[in-house]
Design a protein around this ligand. Structure first.
Ligand SMILES: C[S@@+](CC[C@H](N)C(=O)[O-])C[C@H]1O[C@@H](n2cnc3c(N)ncnc32)[C@H](O)[C@@H]1O
Length: 435
């Protein structure tokens, strides 16, 4: 069910290049001493719930299954999924460092534990038309890479431990999740794959992670999978942050169907156990009658959803556009304003950088040379690092090549691998993207 990664012998694990040079999975490791409920016969069994006070809602969670979901298209044809992965890849890069840089100002010998708990982790990758290996890392892989980077930092006066927990109810995904996540090894990095209904393990995971900084991702297929009673289970600690990928378009469609069935637009007369569970009450019924456009209704529902979080948490709601018109929203709840600002920054970055007028390749070459000055990097590594979210490998190869053309790298190999010059040896050019 789970494993924790072990040291590869070196104090700080392999270099990023070594990590990404192999697609092979690492060794299977020992199971985590997880004190959760006993293993059930399978997550699809209705009625097997571990949180008695919301048993009715959790029956729906137990019923949710991959078979109800249409087969996935390549990620390039799913704008919302691409945006989701790009935003999270960028934010996961910032999240550990924002916390660690803040703590660095108050040095202490106390170890810092960083947890990213991906409760709907998927198979670990998405099909891709443009990526090497024809796949793009999923949310859990993006998270483990960033935690691995964080525990590999050499500049901190306290020990840092990273914990990545990937939960997915579909047992068929266990092997591929391991293959994606086992690439990252470090003595201070614990990686676990749990093939269970998240409702059965959420309380145990909360107990295990208390005391650490914890980022919970709820990224389900359907609305049934995330009754608010489940989300509420992880709240209450000021080091807790939650990101929900909320399908408000689906919520609106559920309302439309319920209205049709009830034969009245009066939502008071309409029944929807799905929405009652999602909202932990019937707040969704208050959609103003004069609000007639779907987009406005979806935004209204997402805003009401964000209000369910305790007043001690700062929330924000950010829409993810879709070519089909159905809108999902990132709902983020955190206690620190920096978390909110930084998440918004990742969101804005992804919304604008690749959609608005494309930046010139020269500008991007300067960004690369500045961000990774003094390092030798291949295009595949640059892509995996998430420095240019959404950029194809061909475009990144072109950017790398331009670092050489602009005299910012001393060497460019046939595959586009470049040796970037240290900052003080780089020629000064026009202002870069982030100057
Ligand atoms: C949208 S996919 C997740 C995609 C993934 N986060 C990514 O983008 O890389 C939703 C996943 O949730 C899983 N799932 C559905 N119900 C679940 C439950 N109750 N507990 C845990 N996983 C569940 C499904 O098997 C599916 O893989």
């Amino acid at each position: 069910m789970s494993r924790s990664s072990s040291s590869n012998g070196a104090a700080f694990g392999p270099s990023p290049a070594a990590v990404f040079s192999t697609g092979a999975s690492g060794p299977r490791c020992r199971r985590l001493a997880y004190a959760g409920p006993p293993r059930s016969n399978g997550w699809r069994l209705p009625g097997k719930v571990s949180i008695p006070e919301c048993a009715d809602c959790l029956k729906a969670v137990a019923r949710a299954s991959r078979e109800d979901h249409p087969p996935d298209l390549p990620v390039e044809q799913r704008k919302q999924t691409e945006d989701k992965l790009n935003v999270l890849a960028d934010y996961y890069g910032a999240w550990p460092n924002t916390i660690l840089n803040g703590l660095k100002r108050f040095p202490t010998a106390t170890p810092v534990h960083l947890w990213i708990i991906d409760l709907f982790a998927g198979r670990g990758w998405h099909e891709s038309n443009t990526r090497p290996e024809a796949r793009r890392p999923g949310t859990a892989a993006a998270a483990v890479f960033r935690l691995w980077q964080a525990v590999s930092r050499l500049d901190l006066p306290f020990p840092v431990y990273g914990h990545l927990v990937a939960v997915d109810a579909d047992e068929e995904f266990e092997a591929s999740l391991h293959a994606e996540l086992d690439r990252f090894t470090h003595a201070n990095l614990m990686v676990e794959v749990i093939s269970k209904n998240c409702a059965d393990v959420i309380e145990g995971l909360r107990r295990l992670s208390l005391g650490g900084y914890t980022l919970w991702l709820f990224d389900p297929y359907g609305l049934e999978s995330i009754p608010f009673c489940l989300v509420r289970k992880v709240l209450g600690d000021k080091k807790t942050e939650v990101i929900v990928n909320l399908d408000a378009g689906n919520a609106q469609r559920v309302i439309d169907a319920a209205v049709r069935k009830a034969g009245t637009p009066d939502l008071r007369a309409v029944k929807s156990p799905t929405l009652d569970c999602l909202f932990g009450g019937d707040r969704w019924r208050d959609v103003p009658a004069e609000m007639t456009t779907t987009a406005k209704r979806e935004a209204w529902l997402a805003d009401r959803y964000a209000e369910l979080f305790p007043a001690s948490m700062l929330t924000q709601v950010l829409p993810m556009g879709s070519s089909s018109g159905f809108t999902r929203f990132f709902v983020q709840a955190a206690t620190h304003p920096t978390a909110r600002e930084r998440f918004k920054k990742s969101y804005d970055y992804v919304q604008t950088l690749w959609k608005k007028p494309r930046q010139s390749v020269e500008d991007l070459a300067r960004v690369l040379a500045r961000d990774l000055a003094g390092q030798e990097v291949s295009p595949a590594l640059v892509q995996s690092l998430g420095i240019f979210p959404g950029a194809s490998l061909a475009r990144i190869r072109n950017i790398c090549q331009h670092t050489f053309n602009l005299g910012l790298s001393s060497h460019c190999g046939p595959d586009g691998t470049v040796a970037l010059l240290p900052l003080d040896e780089q020629p000064k050019g026009p202002k870069g993207l982030f100057d």
